[in-house]
Design a protein around this ligand. Structure first.
Ligand SMILES: Cc1ncc(COP(=O)(O)O)c(C=O)c1O
Length: 386
């Protein structure tokens, strides 16, 4: 059955938005940096939030908001993941969940493995939790990236106590295969380390690739792991503040029960309402339409790069709407996003922010209209010609 791709809102409407994507730069800049998308909200979310606004329902999030139950249903339907509801906890956002879990499972000064290039807040988050970042770059192959298991093992063997996994990985879009994750879990268990898996991009895995949650790969993963995720990337809800933490087993659930009560209390009521609407079966068709729009845009990006920036190196992401593009061949410096912004008023994300592996790279958010994506690549290709 064919799925109709979701249509992004027109640029003149998006320019009226007040979020970071549309307000960091002036109206003369086309934004592709932060991970916000340009689509209308899923109808069930619009209805839930409109009703709350009409009621002036803007107070505190209640003690049992329904975040847990709705996520358990969503995970079973969309991710093939069976979760014990007593293992689900909630907080305001994914990075807050990661910080709070790390605070409980590491000692100050402990080393935490982070696989670069990676979503830049991973570095700050480990430090905020009192840890020290241990950079273990992903291994590069012609077909993509993979976890460098021997390098992770050597970090764990020499005393690193936790791994902060990004699955699917931002910025490369890598969906780690279950065998690799199972091997990672075994290494962690052997060396007494914990794995915290950030799975925020999981619902946007592109078929035929299949996503397996870290906590679903093996008993060892469930013994060493926690997952943190949110509907906020898929449904563009980052400003509303709701995320979930999932314990791998009863032991970790006991650990999460030790979190200060404020960690749950900080969850936004609009975040909770939107999360519940996002997780409802009636939003499934919207996600399928979004996936179709993203797939078409990724194909378009590949085509535009091949035609207009043939020296760019790009591997199709297996999940999400972020494209990691190597522009080193063009000699636009360590941070081509800066050069491009100054020359063309197109704002890509800065590769070096993701670690030294990001030198000469940009990250492009393709969650926009095909026309806007085309305009950006054509403007950048003018730089080559001039
Ligand atoms: C891998 C990853 N984790 C976390 C986040 C941020 O999530 P939150 O706003 O819920 O902290 C992002 C945002 O793009 C992300 O890509």
């Amino acid at each position: 059955m064919s799925v109709t791709p979701l249509q992004a809102l027109p640029l003149e409407v998006l320019r009226q938005r007040s979020s970071t994507k549309w307000r960091k730069y002036g109206d003369d800049v086309l934004p592709f940096f932060v991970a916000e998308t340009d689509y209308p909200l899923a109808p069930a979310i619009t209805r839930a939030l409109t009703r709350a606004v009409e009621l002036g329902d803007t107070g505190y999030t209640p003690p049992a908001p329904g975040i847990r139950e709705s996520f358990v249903g969503f995970a079973a339907r969309r991710l093939g993941w069976t979760i014990d509801p007593s293992h689900v906890f909630w907080t305001a956002d994914v990075m807050m969940g990661v910080v709070e879990i790390l605070r409980l499972v590491i000692e100050p000064g402990d080393r935490v493995v982070v696989m670069t290039p990676v979503y830049p807040p991973f570095f700050d988050t480990v430090e905020e939790a009192g840890g020290v970042v241990e950079r273990v770059p992903l291994a590069r192959s012609d077909s993509g990236w993979e976890i460098d298991l021997p390098a992770v093992e050597s970090s764990l063997a020499s005393g690193a106590t936790a791994v902060l996994l990004c699955h699917p990985h931002n910025p490369t879009g890598t969906v780690h295969p279950p065998e690799t994750l199972a091997a990672l879990a075994e290494l962690a268990e052997r060396h007494g380390a914990v794995v915290v898996s950030d799975e925020i991009h999981a619902p946007l895995t592109h078929a035929p690739v299949a996503f397996t949650p870290f906590l679903a790969v093996s008993d060892a993963a469930r013994r060493v792991g926690y997952a943190v995720t949110s509907t906020s990337k898929t449904f563009n809800l980052a400003g509303l503040k709701c995320a979930v933490m999932v314990a791998g087993g009863d032991r970790q659930a006991d650990v999460l029960r030790r979190l200060p009560w404020e960690v749950e209390w900080r969850t936004g009521l609009f975040g909770a309402l939107a999360h519940i609407a996002a997780c409802a079966p009636e939003s499934d068709d919207w996600v399928d339409s979004l996936l179709e729009a993203l797939r078409l845009n990724l194909d378009l990006l590949a085509e535009l790069l091949a035609d207009h920036l043939p020296e760019a190196r790009f591997v199709m992401p297996e999940a999400g709407y972020l494209a990691w593009v190597d522009l080193r061949a063009y000699g636009w410096g360590d941070d081509p996003a800066q050069t491009i912004l100054e020359s063309t008023k197109v704002a890509f994300h800065h590769g070096p922010f993701f670690g030294s592996e990001g030198v000469g790279h940009v990250r492009i958010n393709i969650g926009c209209s095909p026309a806007m994506l085309r305009e950006a690549i054509l403007r950048v290709s003018d730089m080559v010609r001039s």
